[in-house]
Design a protein around this ligand. Sequence first.
Ligand SMILES: [Zn+2]
Length: 192
Amino acid sequence: MPTPKRIRADAARLGIQTIRTVADGRTVQIARGVCAACQGHDELRQSPGTPAETLQAAFEARGWTGFGRRILCPACSRTTRKSEETRMLPRQKITKAAMDQMPAPTPRQVVTIADALAEHLDDGRYRPGWSDHRIGDDLKLPAALVAKVREDLHGPLKGDPEIDALRGDLDAWISIGADLRGRLDRLEQTRA
Ligand SMILES: [Zn+2]
């Protein structure tokens, strides 16, 4: 069983405070999460010696997120997730017609776009999370202009960035799911 000092240090690293106190004549361990965004807090009463990862799992079960970085209460977690989902919304596919309607890029635009492509394009395929749209957003240029320069320099895109991005997200969720399943199984075993 980890020592109280060890638990306190491990939990603190995750963003959870632990306090040992006496309630009804028994020593209990209180775990407190304080939201980094709204300062709202939640407390869980655990038996002494409950390891930090179990505390994290208990907070996660209540909807807390961001352990080890910036911990957020369930409400603030939902807001953050919502804005990430909006950012990840699939965007209009850039048509050949849209590219053709773009004015010819200036030499300077060609250079900046070419630099971005060199960084984010790999063998005619965007690296995960990248697309004409994202480069356009970064450079404050129309995505269709990025697409036009990209086609001129590298030819048609291999793969579909939106599909590749969603596939990447799905893989990430699957691994998060597997991780949560493992923690749930371990937690259930310790409580059995
Ligand atoms: Zn909050």
